[in-house]
Design a protein around this ligand. Sequence first.
Ligand code: HH2
Length: 275
Amino acid sequence: MTLYVPELAHPLVMGIVNVTPDSFFDGGRYLDHDAAIARGRQMIAEGADIVDVGGESTRPGAAPVAAGEELGRVIPVIEALAGDVRVSIDTTKAEVARRAVEAGAFMVNDVSATLDHVAAEMGVAFVAMHRKGTPADMQTDPRYDDVVAEVARYLAACAARATEAGVAEVWVDPGIGFGKTGRHNLELLARLGELVALGYPVLVGTSRKSFLGRIAAGTLESEGPPAPVSERYEGSLASATVAMVNGAAAVRVHDVAATVQAAKLVGSMRSAVPA
Ligand code: HH2
């Protein structure tokens, strides 16, 4: 099921369903399969183009999950939803990616950017995301000379490797919050056009992330605490809109209904400009 066409009417909205006890925003809410499936169905009703199902949190310091446990979390949810919406699997494990595609997933969303060969073998789309470090250490003083240039170089190399491996549909993602300070995240959003210029559809995930809490609390430049996840809705919507205006082909969000409205606005705006 190929998804991306350059002349999309509007940027795509990818809804997040984390079937985990510990995801930073929705952890524990959808660990029960029925709850996860109901959440996915709600997102479909709200207009999600893709539902991204994950069974392992990537939050800083999250505990690793064994493949068997991860499979048990995600496969029933993918099987229930894949007939009604495009489902992507958010995993870094080859076995989970394979079984998820067999269960109906059409895209491998891989924050480690290592599963291109699996996506090629299974004939599905692949998202290569940039991250620096591992969940355990990625937020310990990340440094770049030029964050956008470094991320662009890395994603270009990943995308070239994936294409060479035989992946027909390659997406790239700057990995907001993965080994980046708030300033790095903001620079990536502001200069997103440089990633769009690589020629691959760009996915961006800012939803409820801590730099938004820092902006809300006025602690972007200090050691003070960010506003809690419950107070990051407006920043999530605003930053997703910025990403779409700056050329993102899709945004990965927890709040689907409002983001779909924003995506329609951006799509209408694009089509209002004479060719
Ligand atoms: N962010 C998270 C997880 N997967 N995948 C892509 N492609 N891009 C992202 O920015 C991205 C991602 C982290 O968010 P979330 O899934 O809400 O939290 P957790 O990792 O704690 O489950």
